[in-house]
Write a protein that binds this ligand. Sequence first.
Ligand SMILES: Nc1ncnc2c1ncn2[C@@H]1O[C@H](COP(=O)(O)OP(=O)(O)OP(=O)(O)O)[C@@H](O)[C@H]1O
Ligand SMILES: [Mg+2]
Length: 502
Amino acid sequence: MTPLLEVKGLTKRFGGLIAVSDISFSIAGGEILGLIGPNGSGKSTVMKCIMGIERPNAGEVLLEGTNVAGWPTHKIARQGIGIVFQHARPLHRQTVLEHIILALLPDDLLMLRANRAVRERAEVIAERVGLAAVMHRLPRTLPFADLRRLELGKAIARNPKVVLVDEPFAGLTATEVADFSELIASFRAEGHAVLLVDHNVKSVAALVDRALAMYLGEYVAHGTADEVMRNETVRRVYLGGKLEVAARPDTGGIARKPLLGVDNLSVQYGKAQALDNVSITVGEGEFVSVVGLNGAGKTTLFNAISGLVPASGSVTWNGQPLAGRSAAAIARGGIVQCPETRELFGELNVRENLDLGGQHLPKDVSARQLAWLFDLFPILQERQNQAARTLSGGEQQMLAIARALMMQPNLLILDEPTLGLAPVILEQLSKALEALRQTTDITVLLGEQNVTFALPHADRVYVLEHARIVWEGPPGRFAEEAGAGYLSAPGEAGPAGLAHLP
Ligand SMILES: Nc1ncnc2c1ncn2[C@@H]1O[C@H](COP(=O)(O)OP(=O)(O)OP(=O)(O)O)[C@@H](O)[C@H]1O
Ligand SMILES: [Mg+2]
């Protein structure tokens, strides 16, 4: 079988860094190749080089025998390659359908007033990716999974022969992951060649025909998903081991002095009730996990605590009501949120982002904190002078967590910290949180849908469902009382990246 896509000796350098080094592979029509590797190993860069978003320094990208390496993106798109980006950036004023229409006609702005045939084709695509019911809505009103669907719809709009999909599963629930897997499998069934990158190892393994592993830009292994996952180097640098956490005594409730009190908090977005009379308490030094699916209200709860969205009800901090305080004042008071959206200063480098976090600390304290964080995330030390916006997805996530820790919060709020992190990094993060708990009196409020990560650390767990708290208890009782629908089958909770909520 002649391959649709053949990549030969692909190499990409950024200054002194070799992000992709002599990578070769081919994908036939009707085949899915999985590309795996730790954060920063060069996966997204490979995709960008194929798509002409980055210009490779060496190598060939053959599409049905034509070398398109170095061509501009729009010509490569016209030749038959489409990409689904790791991060979606939809336009604000265009509806879902208009986004797909634009993707159908990227080189001809005069065609903006699209004719009927184009419109109909866009409707078919919207239907195909599961957006039929929302095609006249604006992207910002859509749930996260639908935004991912929109990216997929845009990528396949012009029926590309080769589809590049970067982290489609990140942040999706297991049901959504299953839907997306089916969609991707349907591209294969139609004869497209698919290149797939994701850290959800289990779902990738279930979907791909072959896998290729990279590390630090270089080839590590190639074969069936099974063979690659069993590879010694892949296990060491990518998969890591099991999450291990010292057992915590079952306190059976809040044993310590309450630090944060949330009482009957409600938030309304237009007609939608995003939070409905939510009450939670976090004791000093406690580690509390809020478990809930996409759209359950976790981020809204954290934003309301941090003073970022108006809410009714009350939040008390150290016994003092927070009502009327600005978000900045709340942060100065010791509540620091590491948001899902990262909120890094993209033009500033790694070091500057961290220094901003520690600016209120005495010099020696911030130096000590910085050293500790560099020890925790060595890549951040190596990349001190790199602009934050050029970091890989997972590196940005590490920087966001490090910046929050740099502020030495009394209460650290982590909103989906596992998003986009390789299994081995999850293991490191897990160890770091454990070390923090053993050596400092930090209090942590963690929002997660990845229960494999959220449970082992928690003293107590709340389950948030449709804007309400529906269960509260110790992690030991979670599986039995609240786990239905949240946990994967017994024995499947291996490396944290492998397990996701249904
Ligand atoms: N414009 C740039 N300038 C400097 N370095 C860059 C630039 N773009 C990417 N890099 C670096 O190249 C390396 C590869 O990045 P890439 O985004 O390809 O990683 P990745 O495998 O997709 O990782 P992740 O799983 O975290 O998304 C990273 O270390 C990243 O910081
Ligand atoms: Mg990437």
